[in-house]
Design a binder for this molecule. Sequence first.
Ligand SMILES: [Zn+2]
Length: 129
Amino acid sequence: MIPPLSPASTPILPRAVVVTCFDFRLQQALESWLSATLGYANYDRVSLAGSVKDWDAALAQIALAVRLHGVTQACLIAHENCMAYQAEGTYERLTHDLRQARDSLRRDHPELETRLFYQWLDGRFEPIE
Ligand SMILES: [Zn+2]
């Protein structure tokens, strides 16, 4: 039997699932930004090369987070100079893929509030509409 989740305190923010690239260059800025934005230890983190590039893999993990933890928010993050995309990794391509992923979530998981961000290597997080 899986033990019940025991949060240290009642979360103020809705619990979230985050999809990011696994790139080591992002981690330091990600850690502090995620804690400040989503609440420390208040999110499930899916870390895949290229973030939403392999959407089937990302979606399967998001569906698990919904089913196992009842997350109500999805935060999808792409980043500058993503090596998983190689030469195709332009800002336009990555933000297009983020929007396409959000469209898919709206169809498959309309209960989720989805937010998109583009992470610059200088540590800025740009919201994507
Ligand atoms: Zn990457």
